[in-house]
Design a protein. Structure first.
Length: 208
């Protein structure tokens, strides 16, 4: 019984340690392992210079308090290249002089670029994250002109509209990707992988 009680206490302390974090955690070289190993994988990351963050601290703390049960809020000093640049490079951001509000969840990512955070705007942004109504962010090339094109060229910004929101079957060929992706009408959340060696006839048979 004693061992069982000791085990429960150990688990309770682990739980408290995992979830007992500040309203806004400032990411540093010394706490990165703790931040990234946390079981709380829903993270709102604020990228800004230190002085900008101080000016917005009260607004952001109020926001973090409202959403603490849903997200972990993390501030990254945008002048610290070792911490900030891996994220900014991932999203194709080459202007670090702005203020960024990111959302990270495993392989799903959202981003909102804003010059000044208003409490109402930031609250709407986080509410949208909580109910999954905020649009995905895609690193994207310029939107091409597909007028009268028999084969449509996709980029990140047009993926949702042309693939996921469309009602047709979509074959998607990605440069340097070994298979063709099939998004079937009515089943767009799950894609199928087809060999690039299949003929058009074989593909038609596969769909039907």
């Amino acid at each position: 019984m004693l061992n069982n009680g000791h085990y429960k206490m150990k688990k309770l302390l682990e739980l408290l340690g995992n979830y007992n974090f500040p309203l806004i955690t400032r990411l540093t070289e010394s706490n990165t392992v703790w931040v990234y190993s946390s079981p709380v994988k829903l993270q709102v990351m604020i990228f800004s210079k230190a002085d900008v963050f101080l000016n917005l601290a009260q607004t952001l703390k109020y926001l973090a308090r409202n959403f603490k049960s849903k997200f972990k809020f993390i501030h990254v000093n945008i002048t610290n290249e070792n911490l900030a640049m891996p994220f900014l490079t991932l999203f194709g951001i080459d202007n670090p002089n702005k203020l960024f509000l990111f959302f990270m969840m495993f392989q799903v990512s959202y981003v909102e670029l804003i010059q000044v955070i208003g409490l109402g705007f930031a609250n709407d942004f986080c509410s949208g994250l909580a109910d999954e109504t905020v649009s995905h962010y895609y690193r994207s090339e310029p939107v091409p002109n597909n007028e009268n094109a028999s084969i449509v060229t996709l980029v990140g910004k047009t993926f949702d509209e042309l693939v996921l929101q469309g009602h047709e079957n979509v074959f998607l060929e990605v440069d340097d990707f070994p298979t063709i992706l099939l998004y079937k009408s009515g089943e767009k959340k799950i894609h199928l992988k087809l060999s690039t060696k299949l003929s058009a006839k074989d593909m038609a048979v596969f769909i039907n």
